[in-house]
Design a protein around this ligand. Structure first.
Ligand code: ZN
Length: 321
């Protein structure tokens, strides 16, 4: 258990949710204190890992005050229903555009099943419904009370997903970035963009990164994966990668490539930037599983279709995430 929990100071603990059995790709965070708060749940299939970790940190079923998710993708919020059942006193906090999916997950699960097929059950499991009375929907700004005068300030941070929020801890200056700054690879200190369909929007994503800079965080806490102290450098790299990847996908659209060739092209064109990442089969393999290059290309292509017009040969296959 100790290898799954990292103490980050000021009563903040990172919990490795062991998504799909992989160590080091998806994190939840506990802020312990007068009103303990879990940020992100991980997938439904990770719920028992998270429950055990919370028990190890002293939290029984009556002890969790809040469950808050940065957005409702199943690697972040898939466990909400299960955990809300286990922690009956916890309030569930989510952006207003995501709230109805936690109360009635059927549409979300149907579209996830269409995208992931049989893999869905193994990788994500089933998001169970949460009683509407326990869900608090955030507007563009909001607060999560952590007790003892401490709080999380929530603000809308779309781009990766239209209902994504960022959360800043009033005591530590930690910023929970969810997927809004992409994926951080601890092993190689790289940043990979996370631009899946259907919501990815470059302009909104860049605006969210600007907002992140403006709150002057002390530390970035990535859901994938872990704490990062180089705040400016990471946000700058996130923006640089987003702009580059969009540019590369724009080029592949002009060259009439299909998705497989587009993946090949983008991988080749970014290979120098990700030399250490690509050199380790273990690292790139596990993160590709979470954050597939093909999914990023499909998401970017979809945004380009919407903003620059369709007619590209790069198809938008519903079978890819
Ligand atoms: Zn994610």
């Amino acid at each position: 258990m100790d290898n799954l929990i990292s103490e980050l100071g000021h009563d903040v603990f990172a919990i490795d949710t062991q998504m799909s059995g992989y160590a080091g790709i998806t994190s939840a965070y506990l802020i312990r204190g007068d009103r303990p708060c879990l940020v992100e749940t991980g997938t439904a299939t990770s719920a028992n890992v998270v429950i055990d970790a919370l028990a190890h940190l002293g939290l029984g079923p009556a002890d969790l005050g809040t469950l808050v998710v940065t957005h409702i993708h199943l690697d972040h919020a898939g466990g909400v229903g299960t955990l809300a059942g286990h922690f009956p006193r916890a309030e569930v906090v989510v952006h207003e555009r995501g709230a109805r999916h936690l109360v009635d997950p059927e549409r979300l699960m149907t579209s996830a099943r269409r995208v992931f097929g049989r893999v869905l059950d193994d990788v994500f499991g089933v998001l169970l419904p949460t009683d509407a009375a326990r869900v608090r929907a955030l507007g563009d700004e909001g607060t999560v009370d952590l007790g003892g005068g401490r709080s999380l300030a929530a603000f809308h941070a779309p781009g990766h997903a239209q209902h994504h929020v960022g959360l800043v801890d009033s005591t530590t200056g930690d910023l929970y970035v969810g997927d809004a700054a992409g994926v951080y690879i601890p092993e190689t200190k790289d940043m990979r963009p996370s631009t899946p369909p259907p919501d990815f929007d470059l302009d909104l994503a860049i605006a969210s990164l600007d907002q992140f800079r403006q709150v002057r965080p002390q530390r970035l806490l990535f859901s994938h994966f872990g704490p990062v102290l180089d705040v400016q450098g990471s946000l700058d790299r996130a923006e640089e990668e987003l702009r580059l990847w969009v540019e590369l996908v724009r080029d592949t659209r002009a060259s009439a490539l299909d998705l497989d060739h587009a993946v090949q092209r983008v991988t080749e064109k970014t290979a120098e930037r990700y030399a250490a990442y690509l050199a380790s089969e273990e690292v790139s393999g596990k993160f590709e599983h979470l954050n597939a290059t093909a999914a990023n290309i499909v998401g970017i292509n979809r945004w380009l279709d919407a903003t620059e017009g369709t007619g590209s040969a790069l198809a938008d296959p519903a079978s890819t995430r």
